[in-house]
Design a binder for this molecule. Structure first.
Ligand SMILES: *[C@@H]1O[C@H](CO)[C@@H](O)[C@H](O)[C@H]1NC(C)=O
Ligand SMILES: *[C@@H]1O[C@H](CO)[C@@H](O)[C@H](O)[C@H]1NC(C)=O
Ligand SMILES: [Fe+2]
Length: 231
């Protein structure tokens, strides 16, 4: 049962990422590909350096895709052979690389050289309703991203059960939907690889990243989440 739960969660995440950013090469065997960035490596300068983007996308994200692909291949074999033990052993890698691929695909789209500022329309209305002001949401999200010990992500998420926005911090292996029930709208990658080449302090990186947030993309995530809420 644990097996099925984990797979269900990973499956949901992968399906979402597949429809958003990545198309499987073949219908039968899902092969994941590294999505192109919607801008150049240097486009987010000075807030995020070209070197950081090249490393983050071309090395770290690419490694997740390669390893996810390999793990899926092994997993399918284990399923074909009815080898439950082998399937069990592959879970952590599936979650880690599947989650990594999904998170990063979403992350690139949520940034833009024309980003920053504040959202408009229904998303802004929801932020005002659930946080009191844009500034308060920003403070909570920054604090959550700062609170992650070691590696992880800070998230702005949507709760499909009550229709509200919420901030959450996620550690290494926890999936946002699995542990908090939140649909991810905007994530801040606070793994060291996301900033250490450019910033000594995580807080400086978090201060800067608000200047390149693509609120149009976040609003699209919000619209999609709203239209599939349970209430
Ligand atoms: C995915 O894995 C398969 C089998 O290992 C390989 O043939 C294919 O080239 C890989 N594709 C990517 C994008 O890594
Ligand atoms: C992906 O996001 C989850 C939260 O949804 C986080 O806990 C996890 O660390 C992320 N995985 C990777 C490999 O970055
Ligand atoms: Fe990362």
């Amino acid at each position: 049962i644990i097996t099925m739960n984990i797979l269900f969660r990973v499956g949901q995440t992968l399906m979402r990422s597949a429809s958003q950013a990545v198309r499987p090469a073949a219908a039968s065997r899902q092969k994941y590909t590294l999505p192109d960035l919607p801008y150049d490596y240097g486009a987010l300068e000075p807030h995020i350096s070209a070197e950081t983007m090249r490393l983050h996308h071309g090395l770290h994200h690419a490694a997740h895709v390669k390893n996810l692909n390999k793990t899926m291949e092994k997993f399918e074999k284990a399923v074909e052979m009815g080898d439950a033990r082998a399937q069990e052993i592959l879970h952590p890698a599936l979650i880690f690389h599947g989650g990594g691929h999904f998170n990063h695909s979403m992350f690139w789209n949520s940034l833009s050289p024309n980003g920053g500022g504040e959202p408009e329309g229904v998303l802004m209305d929801a932020i005002m309703r659930d946080f009191g002001s844009f500034k308060k949401m920003k403070q909570q999200m920054s604090a959550a991203a700062m609170s992650v010990p070691g590696s992880g992500w800070g998230w702005l998420g949507y709760n499909s059960w009550n229709g509200k926005l919420k901030i959450a911090a996620c550690l290494n292996e926890n999936l946002l939907q699995g542990t908090t029930g939140l649909t991810p709208l905007l994530g801040f990658d606070v793994w060291e690889h996301a900033y250490y080449r450019q910033y000594d302090k995580r807080s400086d990186y978090i201060k800067s990243i608000w200047n390149v947030i693509n609120w149009d993309d976040v609003r699209e995530q919000f619209d999609a989440a709203e239209s599939s809420k349970y209430i």
